[in-house]
Design a protein around this ligand. Structure first.
Ligand SMILES: *Cc1c(COP(=O)(O)O)cnc(C)c1O
Length: 433
């Protein structure tokens, strides 16, 4: 086992995922390629579903934050596993609908929903809007009233806490572009607006404090603040909030330095503080929703590349260049995210070489990691970067006109293509000469 139980090494010394030889997968599907262990995704859905049902009752509905990894079959998997989903754009809604995802189980997020997004979402019967701001509330209320319907919403609230994580993924702070801060009075103001807005049913409130969080504290702090706010709403507006959405953000093990999280236990701990705070503030416990993205899909995936060159600069550093890079994984370039990399065709060899892992773009920031511990490499080796299931394919671009890799799903000892590799023809499909 390497990092997670579905990554292993076979008798040929090759890295395997879900029991399949990654070197064979590279031969069959080419590189770069995203490979996902579908069973791991399904198991994680079940962990969240089971723990949520035990802690919050039969009407618990964990949501999959689908921006983490979005393609048609992924929505089908989430539907089959009984999850709800978050969508953040018209494109995600369209993909979910096309995959047959039940619209009533969709929560529609985003800090700037366009008029078209609002109309499209209402047309398809999206169950819940997570309304970010006053402008959106007004636009949604007008459109819902015009159609003679009542739209269920949550309001996005900014609890104003620092989840002790990387700044670029901190979203619960008061100066965030998301939501309405409690301390400034804006949160209570928009609650009152929502209560009197035509065509709007205020079901609950939502917060999301950040990402890649390993401690329970940020969640219990958020729960404390949000439950107090629910009590304040009850006092000031004589209105009972029925749903509390505490967002996503539980961390994932990317390297040996990251802890392993017991997700079921984390959910139980969050549940017990919510119950305690509701009792302390004398309010009826709302339905509690969690919306994990990363922790459902990240560990399931790896990316396979072919090594093109190894460059040792005496007295400086070593570069291993691969046939992908920031177009398929921009996370190191964006926020220096750490990964584990290894040579898949010599997975048992000691990782006694230090190298910067470079992509193939004309951009010196196009790196997948610096100063990484890896095996000695040579042109033609297959290199695997582990734990790339989240925010890789969904963040991929065509920078330098590089086609996006395919997404291959592995299950029951078999592999299938879920998203085919882009072609050069795909790249020019929208060009008008
Ligand atoms: C991104 C996001 C999530 C998921 O976050 P993860 O860290 O991937 O679990 C959940 N809710 C909202 C509102 C988000 O923006």
């Amino acid at each position: 086992m390497i990092l997670h139980k579905h990554f292993d090494v076979n008798a040929r010394g090759h890295l395997t995922i879900g029991g399949l030889d990654t070197v064979e997968l590279a031969k069959q599907y080419g590189t770069p390629a995203y490979i996902l262990d579908e069973e791991v995704i399904r198991e994680q859905c079940r962990v969240y579903r089971k723990a949520a049902t035990q802690c919050f009752g039969e009407d618990a509905l964990p949501l999959y934050a689908s921006k983490a990894l979005c393609f048609s079959t992924m929505y089908r998997i989430a539907a089959e596993e009984g999850m709800g989903i978050d969508c953040v754009s018209g494109g995600e809604l369209f993909t979910a609908k096309r995959a047959g995802f039940p619209a009533e189980r969709i929560y529609f997020h985003g800090n700037n929903k366009t008029d078209r997004d609002i109309r499209d979402a209402l047309d398809m019967g999206v169950g819940t809007f997570v309304v970010d701001n006053q402008d959106e509330l007004t636009a949604l209320s007008e459109e819902a009233a015009r159609r003679g319907i009542t739209q269920r919403i949550l309001l996005r609230i900014t609890p104003g806490i620092d989840p002790h994580t990387h700044r670029a993924v901190v979203t619960g702070n008061v100066d965030s572009k998301f939501g309405n801060a409690i301390v400034t009075g804006q949160a209570m103001k928009i609650v009152k607006e929502a209560l009197s807005a035509p065509g709007i049913d205020l079901a609950g409130i939502h917060c999301h404090v950040g990402s890649q969080i390993f401690d329970i504290e940020p969640f219990s702090d958020a729960a404390d603040i949000m439950v107090r706010f629910i009590a304040d709403i009850k006092k000031e507006c004589q209105y009972e909030i029925r749903e509390l959405n505490l967002g996503g953000g539980l961390g994932v093990r990317y390297t040996e330095y990251d802890r392993e999280i017991d997700y079921a236990d984390a959910i139980r701990q969050i549940a017990s503080v919510v119950t305690e705070y509701c009792r302390a503030h004398d309010i009826r416990q709302p339905r509690v929703i969690l919306e994990p993205g990363r922790s459902l899909v990240a560990a399931a995936g790896l990316t396979l590349y072919t090594v093109g060159s190894v460059k040792e600069i005496p007295g400086f550093k070593n570069y291993i260049s691969v046939d992908g890079g920031m177009p398929d994984n921009p996370r190191y370039a964006l926020y220096q995210s750490s990964y584990t990399a290894l040579i898949a065709n010599r997975a048992n060899a000691p990782r006694d070489f230090r190298a910067t892992l470079a992509g193939r773009c004309c951009e010196s920031g196009d790196l997948l990691g610096e100063d990484m511990e890896i095996q000695h490499a040579k042109r033609g080796d297959i290199l695997a970067v582990l734990v790339t299931g989240a925010y890789n394919y969904s963040m991929a671009s065509n920078y330098n006109r590089i086609p996006r890799p395919p997404v291959i799903l592995v299950r029951n000892g078999e592999a299938r293509v879920a998203v085919r590799r882009e072609t050069y023809e795909d790249l020019v499909a929208n060009d008008i000469l």
